[in-house]
Design a protein around this ligand. Structure first.
Ligand code: B3K
Ligand code: ZN
Length: 852
C-alpha cells in the first residue's frame, strides 16, 4: 500500500485541534479481510482553536457511509484523511469503514497474528482503524463493542457486558487514540490479583495462547512488584479494576502501554528457566515495569504532540531504571544502562541520525522512537534529579501529577514544576532537550599549597542542522582518594555551566587521586590524560563501583586502541588488575563478570574516529580476539577455580544473586574455552538445566569451532519454541567468522523456519548481521548487500521494522572510501525502489545526506 505524500512536520507549527471529542463509541464486526468499524463520536468546537476546519485522519480505510447529526454527508477524501463541512456547535459524527486485518503485514492499526486480532496504534495507527482526530492532544472516553466468534475479546478499561458473540468495554479515563487497544483470540489467562495501597482490589491477567500458559508466572510477579514500587517510589496507584497483558508473536517493538490492556511482544513477557536466559528475565521485568509505569507517565498525563515524546518515554525509562536498580544491584544496573547508552545512543548522537531529545521536525514519527528520545531522555531526568536532589525531585513529580493529571503536556510543563518547587532557573538546563550531540568533557588537574584544582572544558561537536553548540549544565560527581585507597573527599556534585570551569578542594596534605563522573553523572565522553597504573588503582580502590568498572573499561579500551594502532601488546598492569578483580571475593560476582567484558568493537571504532583515525573493523575484531586469548592465558589458573566456585546447587531462580553467579561462571567459561578447546563447555552443554547455561555453552562451542553437533541438537530440542529458535538463528550469525557472517545470515534466510513476516525472526537473523561489526563491514561488502536485499523485500510489507533496521548504515562516514562507496551504493539501491515507504525513505535520506 502506498504512503501518503511525505511531508515534514515542525514543532513550531503546532496548533490546537479545531474540535475536541467528548465521547467515542466504536463497534467492531470482526472478519479477517472485511472487518467493519462503526464509529459514533461526539464532537465539540475547541474554544482555543483558531480554525473550524473539520479534518479526520484516516488511511487505507474503505468508507461506507458517514453522517453528521443523523444526516448522511459526503466528505472529501484524501490519502491521509477526510474533510467535511461541520457545525460550529457540538454534533454527532457516525461512520462505517471496512478494513482488512489479515492482510495488514505492517503490524500497525488492527492486524492478525496467528489467528488472533490485535492492535498497535502508537504513534499514528488509529487512523488505520477509523476516521478520527488521531493526535495525542485529543483525549476522550471510549466505549467499545466487539462482535466476533472468538472466546476472548478485550478492549481498554473494564468489561461492562458480554453475550454470545459479543463483548462490551468501557474505559472511564479520557485518553488519546494512540492508547486504544483491541484483542480477540483463542486465548487463556494466567490470573492474579493486587490490592492497592488504598485497598482497592485489581484483577490481573496475562493472556497467551494455550501452549504458553507455563511461561507467565514471572511476568505476573514482575507486574505486582511494579505496582507496589510505583506506589512507594512515586505515590502512584493503579486506577482501574482490571489490568490485562496480552502476548503477541508478531509485534514491531517490545510492548505497548494501551490503557488497561498492555500488548506485549511474546519475547518481552513469556519466560521459563528452560527457555529464557537470565538476561531475558531481566529484560522482561524491566519492560513490564516500563509499560505499567506509563499508566501515569504517558497515559494519565500524555504528550501534547509527538515532539514531546521524551516527556513520557525519557521519564518512563528513568523510572524503569530506578525500579531495576531497586530490585537488583544498583551498581550493576547502572553499568548495564551505560553500556547500552554508549552502544546505541552515543552511536546515534555521533552520526548522521543525531537529533535532539526533543526533535524539531520529522517526516515519520515512528522513526523517532530512538535511543536519543528514550535513553538520553532518561539521562536528562537523572541529571535533573542529581542537580536538585532526590527529595526535591519527588516534590516536583508530585506537583506534576497534581497539576497535569488528565492533560496532554509539553517539556515546558515538566520543567516548570521543578522551577516552581525549587525556585531554580532551568533555562540553561533545557538545552539538553534542544541540542543534539554528545558533549566532550576534558579535564586537567593541579595541586599547590594544599589546594587541588580540577579544570574542565566542554565542547559538543556539530550535528546535522546544528553547527554551534552552547555550554550545557553538567552535574559532575567527583570523589577524591588518597594513595592508600582511603576516600578523603566523598562524592560531591560539581555543577558545571561554563565552557571552561575550575573547581578547587582545599586543605589537602597531598595530591589526591580523583574519581570523576561517578555513577556516570552526565552523558558525556570524558577524556583525561592519565596513566595505566592510576586506572589500575581506581579499578582496585574506587569506592564508587561504577567508576571502578569504568577504570577497568578505560584500561581495556586503551589496550585495544594500542593493539589496533601498532600491535603494542597489553600492559601487564591491565592484566594483573583484571586478575585481582576477578579473584576478589568481596566483590559482587555480577560486577566481576562485567569487568571481564571488553568494550564493544563499535566503541573502539568511535574512539578511533574521535582521535581523527579511520577504523578498520577487521583489525578491531582481531585485536579483541587476541586480547581475549591473552586474558585467558594470563588467568589460566584462576579460571577453573572461578568457574567451579560459582556453580549453583539450588533450584534455578532468575534473581540478581543467582544470575550474577551464572554470569561470572559463564564469563570464566568463555575464556576457559580458549585454553581447553571447549571441553568444559561441552560438559556444561550436556548437563545444562536452564537456558542461561545451555546457550552460553553453545556459544562457547561455536566459538571453539566445535559447535556443529550442538547446533543441530539445539535445533531439534527446541524446534517447537519460536523464541528459542530466534536465539538459534541469531547466535549462528553473530558468532560466525567475519568473512562468513553475511553468508551465514543469507543461508539462514533459506531455512524453512525463516519468515520475514515475523519481526523477531527477521531481527534475529538480519539484525544479528547488522550488529556484528566485523562481519557487516567486511571489506567484501557482502554484509551491506545481504542486508539491503532483505530490507528491500521487507519494506513493502513492514515499513516500520525496515526503517528501524536502516540505522545499521548510520556509521558509514567513519569508514574508508571503499566501504563508504559500498554502503552508499546499497543505500541508493534501496532508495531507488519504486514505492519505498515514507519510513525508510526518511531514514536513508537522513543517513545519506547528512555527513555526521
Ligand atoms: N510506547 C511504545 C512504543 C511505541 C512505538 C511506536 N512505533 C512502547 C513504549 O515505549 O513503552
Ligand atoms: Zn515507553
Amino acid at each position: 500500500m502506498r504512503d501518503a505524500a511525505p511531508q515534514t512536520i515542525y514543532l513550531s507549527d503546532y496548533t490546537p485541534p479545531a474540535y475536541l471529542v467528548e465521547e467515542v463509541h466504536l463497534t467492531f464486526r470482526l472478519a479477517p479481510t472485511s472487518t467493519r468499524v462503526i464509529s459514533h463520536i461526539r464532537f465539540a468546537p475547541n474554544p482555543e482553536a483558531a480554525s473550524r476546519e473539520f479534518f479526520l485522519h484516516g488511511e487505507q480505510l474503505d468508507l461506507k457511509w458517514a453522517k453528521i447529526d443523523g444526516a448522511e454527508v459526503a466528505p472529501v477524501l484524501s490519502d491521509d484523511g477526510l474533510r467535511c463541512d461541520a457545525p460550529d456547535a457540538p454534533f454527532t459524527w457516525e461512520a462505517e469503514v471496512e478494513i482488512s486485518p489479515e492482510t495488514n503485514t505492517a503490524l500497525e492499526g488492527l492486524y492478525m497474528s496467528n489467528g488472533m486480532y490485535c492492535t498497535q496504534c502508537e504513534a499514528e495507527g488509529f487512523r488505520k482503524i477509523t476516521y478520527y482526530p488521531d493526535r495525542p492532544d485529543v483525549m476522550s472516553v471510549f466505549t467499545v463493542r466487539i462482535e466476533g466468534d472468538l472466546p476472548v475479546m478485550l478492549s481498554n478499561g473494564n468489561p461492562t457486558a458480554t453475550g454470545d458473540g459479543w463483548a462490551e468495554w468501557h474505559d472511564p479515563w479520557p485518553k488519546p487514540a494512540y492508547l486504544f487497544a483491541l484483542v480477540a483470540g483463542d486465548l487463556v489467562a494466567h490470573s492474579g490479583s493486587f490490592t492497592t495501597a488504598s485497598g482497592r482490589d485489581v484483577d490481573l491477567n496475562i493472556y497467551v495462547r494455550k501452549n504458553d500458559i507455563g511461561k507467565c508466572a514471572f511476568g505476573m510477579e514482575a507486574l505486582k512488584q511494579s505496582m507496589r514500587w510505583d506506589e512507594q517510589a512515586y505515590g502512584r496507584e493503579y486506577d482501574l479494576d482490571l489490568f490485562n497483558i496480552v502476548a503477541v508473536d508478531d509485534f514491531n517493538m517490545g510492548a505497548m502501554e494501551n490503557k488497561g490492556l498492555n500488548i506485549f511482544n511474546s519475547s518481552a513477557v513469556l519466560a521459563s528457566p528452560e527457555t529464557s536466559t537470565d538476561a531475558n528475565f531481566e529484560r522482561i521485568e524491566a519492560i513490564i515495569a516500563h509499560e505499567y509505569f506509563h499508566n501515569w507517565t504517558g497515559n494519565r498525563i500524555t504528550c501534547r504532540d509527538w515532539f514531546q515524546l521524551c516527556l513520557k518515554e525519557g521519564l518512563t525509562v528513568f523510572r524503569d531504571q530506578q525500579f531495576t536498580a531497586d530490585m537488583r544491584s544498583e551498581a550493576v544496573a547502572r553499568i548495564s544502562d551505560v553500556i547500552a547508552l554508549r552502544g546505541r545512543q552515543f552511536r546515534e548522537d555521533n552520526g548522521p541520525l543525531a537529533h535532539p531529545v526533543r526533535p524539531e521536525s520529522f517526516v515519520e514519527i515512528n522513526n523517532f522512537y530512538t535511543a536519543t528520545v528514550y535513553e538520553k531522555g532518561a539521562e536528562v531526568i537523572r541529571m535533573l534529579r542529581t542537580l536538585i536532589g532526590a527529595e526535591a525531585y519527588r516534590k516536583g513529580c508530585d506537583l506534576y501529577f497534581d497539576r497535569h493529571d488528565g492533560q496532554a503536556c509539553t517539556i515546558e510543563d515538566w520543567l516548570q514544576v521543578f522551577e516552581d518547587t525549587t525556585g531554580r532557573d532551568l533555562s540553561q538546563f533545557k538545552r539538553w532537550y534542544a541540542q543534539a550531540g554528545t558533549p566532550r568533557l576534558s579535564v586537567t588537574d593541579s595541586f599547590a599549597d594544599g589546594t587541588y584544582t580540577l579544570r574542565f572544558t566542554q565542547t559538543t561537536p556539530p550535528t546535522p542542522g546544528q553547527d554551534d553548540k552552547q555550554p550545557q549544565v553538567l552535574p559532575i560527581a567527583v570523589g577524591l582518594l588518597a594513595e592508600d585507597g582511603t576516600e578523603i573527599v566523598p562524592t560531591t556534585i560539581l555543577e558545571m555551566t561554563e565552557a571552561s570551569q575550575s573547581f578547587t578542594f582545599d586543605g589537602l596534605t597531598a595530591k589526591p587521586i580523583p574519581s570523576i563522573l561517578r555513577g556516570f553523572s552526565a552523558p558525556v565522553i570524558l577524556t583525561r590524560d592519565t596513566t595505566a597504573s592510576e586506572r589500575a588503582f581506581l579499578l582496585a580502590h574506587d569506592t564508587d563501583p561504577f567508576n571502578a568498572w569504568e577504570a577497568g573499561r578505560a584500561l581495556a579500551r586503551d589496550t585495544l586502541l594500542a593493539m589496533v594502532r601498532d600491535g603494542t601488546p597489553p600492559q601487564t598492569a591491565y592484566l594483573d588488575a583484571l586478575a585481582t578483580m576477578a579473584r576478589d571475593e568481596a566483590r559482587d560476582p555480577a560486577f566481576r563478570a562485567l569487568c571481564l567484558g571488553l568494550p564493544s568493537q563499535d566503541e573502539i571504532a568511535q574512539a578511533l574516529v574521535d582521535a581523527g583515525e579511520t577504523p578498520d573493523p577487521e583489525a578491531i575484531y582481531d585485536a579483541a580476539q587476541t586480547l581475549r586469548q591473552m586474558i585467558a592465558e594470563h588467568l589460566q589458573d584462576t579460571l577453573p577455580r572461578l568457574y567451579a566456585a560459582h556453580q549453583i546447587a539450588d533450584a534455578y531462580a532468575p534473581n540478581a544473586e543467582q544470575s550474577g553467579k551464572r554470569a561470572l561462571a559463564n564469563a570464566a567459561l568463555s575464556y576457559l574455552t580458549r585454553i581447553d578447546g571447549g571441553v568444559q563447555a561441552g560438559a556444561q552443554y550436556e548437563a545444562a538445566t536452564n537456558m542461561t547455561q545451555q546457550l552460553a555453552a553453545l556459544a562457547c562451542l561455536i566459538k571453539a569451532g566445535k559447535g556443529d553437533g550442538a547446533v543441530a541438537d539445539f535445533y531439534n530440542q527446541w524446534r517447537e519454541d519460536r523464541l528459542v529458535i530466534d536465539k538459534w538463528f541469531g547466535l549462528q550469525v553473530a558468532l560466525a567468522a567475519p568473512r562468513d557472517v553475511a553468508q551465514v545470515a543469507e543461508k539462514l534466510t533459506q531455512h524453512p523456519d525463516f519468515t520475514m513476516q515475523n519481526p523477531n525472526r527477521f531481527r534475529a537473523t538480519l539484525g544479528a548481521l547488522a550488529m556484528t561489526p566485523a562481519g557487516f563491514h567486511h571489506a567484501s561488502g557482502e554484509g551491506y548487500r545481504v542486508l539491503a536485499d532483505w530490507l528491500i523485500k521487507l519494506d513493502p510489507l513492514n515499513p516500520q521494522t525496515t526503517a528501524r533496521m536502516c540505522s545499521a548504515f548510520e556509521t558509514w562516514p567513519r569508514y574508508d572510501e571503499d566501504r563508504q562507496a559500498k554502503i552508499l551504493a546499497q543505500i541508493d539501491r534501496i532508495l531507488a525502489q519504486e514505492g519505498l515507504s515514507r519510513d525508510s525513505t526518511e531514514m536513508l535520506t537522513r543517513i545519506r545526506d547528512a555527513k555526521g
